[in-house]
Design a protein around this ligand. Structure first.
Ligand code: F6P
Length: 531
């Protein structure tokens, strides 16, 4: 299957795909779900490649594994867990069984408790010791930070609750700056940690508790916890009625749909949060039911596989022309790279192809004035994924939004078409002549033939955001199945954690002689400079 795709790529790789892009291809190589439209016409994928890519999905059992995931099977085999973040948004679906028990009553009860709490905070019946809660500080890292931080910013137009701040880094600069903006008497601190053992989060949580204790008599009364650990949260002193629990079948980077999304709910309210869940549920149903040729997660996945594993492009850029999606690239970095950045298959064999790509990006138009130079003229091809809304959130500035959209569409067109030497020459023929004209013109050539896809949507509302995030989750799932790896563990983060624990005493002054020369010399330098 892989060989067939590689052989096909060899026959088409020098073709200029621009020549394929007529109205029929635009219709055939795109699909819609509600008011979300996905266009992959500006790629070198043709009908033969697409058929082979779909064959790859069938050969690797994507449909059966998808159904097993939704049904609560233990597909996270290295941790012995089901993968059921989809249950968190199964608002009006049927039962979801884990080991013979329907998990939905607990999921819905926790959602209702979150809604009651959010209503109390937003309405002022839950107060800080100095009055109405004005600020919420979410302390968490990785999936316990990136999801709600991305979501609160993405839905800024719907934010009518208390201000929300996010502290993730163990670097004291992070928490100092956030707490410096808050009044301890009117601040709610949320400690978000699936395990309640993550050293960065627990260190920051203790710092926040000490900060609050300087002003209010009962700091724990202004803390809430989001975690799977009942003992950890109790030991920290957070009463059970402010602990919002979830189960180990919700992976950290897939957890924004449940208690980890509490700060989002506080920002936008329970109804808008339900719309966010509903958008994801709609995408889940689409993923479960649609044929591959109109199945958005499957299509996004095959585009990714084509560019990464077949064409050999090591990275992909996520470029939202939607400033409120500024944190989406960071969110997707964890979602995609922690999920599919693995070197062995589920059976422990070396992967026969590369693992998932490096994911990076920034919002447009900012990126245009920073790194697009390389995307257009660098020697490596970077497949680009554009996101753009038909409508922004400020009708009075709609013309400015239209300028944003024009820029987005211009970039994918420029990447595809490029500019050849003749055209480049004609652009500067009035300024230069002879050899100098040739030299100057070459700098102005754009190779073009560079692939991109575009996800266009009506507007970035809670429902659409939910659908988009679920779309990316399922894309990661499909790519992971095709690569044969486990998308739901993250053993690759463990070694650094262990070594950091071992280094802590050395950093504090213990003998570094057991360490390698480089590490010992770095410690010495830092100590010499007052570490
Ligand atoms: O170290 C990686 C990781 O486990 C992520 O997968 C997770 O999102 C993050 O740390 C935070 O974990 P926790 O929510 O348990 O604090």
């Amino acid at each position: 299957m892989w060989d067939k795709l590689r052989a096909h790529f060899e026959t088409v790789k020098t073709r200029r795909f621009e020549t394929l892009v007529d109205d029929a291809r635009a219709a055939d190589f795109s699909t819609s779900l509600g008011d979300i439209h996905f266009d992959y016409a500006k790629t070198n994928i043709d009908a033969d490649a697409r058929r082979e890519l779909f064959a790859l999905l069938d050969a690797t059992g994507v449909a059966a594994k998808r159904d097993a995931m939704f049904a609560g099977a233990v597909i996270n085999e290295t941790e012995g867990r089901a993968v059921l973040h989809t249950a968190l948004r199964n608002l009006d679906g049927g039962p979801v069984m884990v080991e013979g028990v329907d998990v939905m009553p607990d999921v819905l009860a926790t959602l209702a408790r979150m809604e009651d709490f959010a209503k109390a905070v937003r309405g002022g019946t839950f107060q800080g010791q100095g009055g109405m809660i004005t600020d919420v500080v979410n302390i968490g890292i990785g999936g316990s930070d990136l999801g709600p931080a991305m979501g609160v910013l993405a839905l800024a137009a719907y934010h009518d609750g208390p201000r929300c701040h996010f502290v993730s880094n163990v670097d004291p600069a992070d928490i100092s700056q956030v707490l410096g903006k808050c009044d301890p008497a009117t601040t709610l601190v949320i400690v978000a940690s699936k395990t309640f053992t993550t050293i960065e989060t627990m260190t920051n949580a203790r710092t926040a508790k000490a900060w609050m204790g300087q002003t209010v008599s009962d700091p724990a009364a202004q803390f809430a916890a989001l975690s799977t650990s009942e003992t950890g949260t109790a030991d920290f002193g957070i009463p059970a009625d402010r602990v919002f629990g979830f189960e180990d079948w919700v992976g950290g980077r897939y957890s924004v749909w449940g208690p980890i999304g509490l700060s989002m709910m506080l920002a936008i309210g329970g109804d808008a949060f339900r719309a966010f869940l509903r958008g994801a549920q709609d995408m889940d149903r689409h993923f479960q039911a649609a044929e591959w040729h109109e199945n958005l997660p499957a299509l996004l996945a095959v585009v990714g596989i084509w560019h990464n594993q077949i064409c050999g492009h090591a990275t992909r850029a996520v470029l939202p022309y939607d400033n409120n999606l500024s944190r989406l690239p960071a969110y997707l970095q964890q979602l995609e790279m922690e999920s599919n950045g693995k070197g062995v298959s589920m059976d422990g064999e070396d992967l026969p192809v590369h693992s998932g790509p490096v994911v990076w990006g920034e919002p447009g138009t900012n990126g245009q004035h920073a790194f697009y130079q390389l995307i257009h003229q660098g020697t490596r091809v970077v497949p680009c994924e554009f996101l753009v809304a038909a409508r922004g959130h400020d009708d009075a500035l709609h013309h400015q939004h239209q300028l944003l959209v024009a820029n987005c569409l211009a970039q994918s067109e420029a990447l595809m078409k490029g500019r050849d030497l003749d055209e480049a020459r004609s652009k500067v023929a009035d300024k230069f002549a002879g050899d100098e004209l040739e030299r100057q013109a070459k700098h102005r050539v754009f190779p073009g033939n560079r692939p991109s896809v575009t996800l266009a949507y009506a507007t970035l509302d809670p429902h659409t955001l939910g659908a988009i995030i679920a779309l990316y989750e399922h894309r990661v799932f499909v790519e992971g199945v095709v690569l044969g790896l486990n998308s739901y563990d993250q053993w690759g983060v463990e070694l650094g954690k262990e070594l950091a624990t071992a280094l802590q005493p050395i950093v504090e002054g213990a003998d570094a002689s057991g360490k390698d020369g480089s590490t010992a010399a770095l410690v010495k330098f830092l100590h010499a400079h007052d570490l």
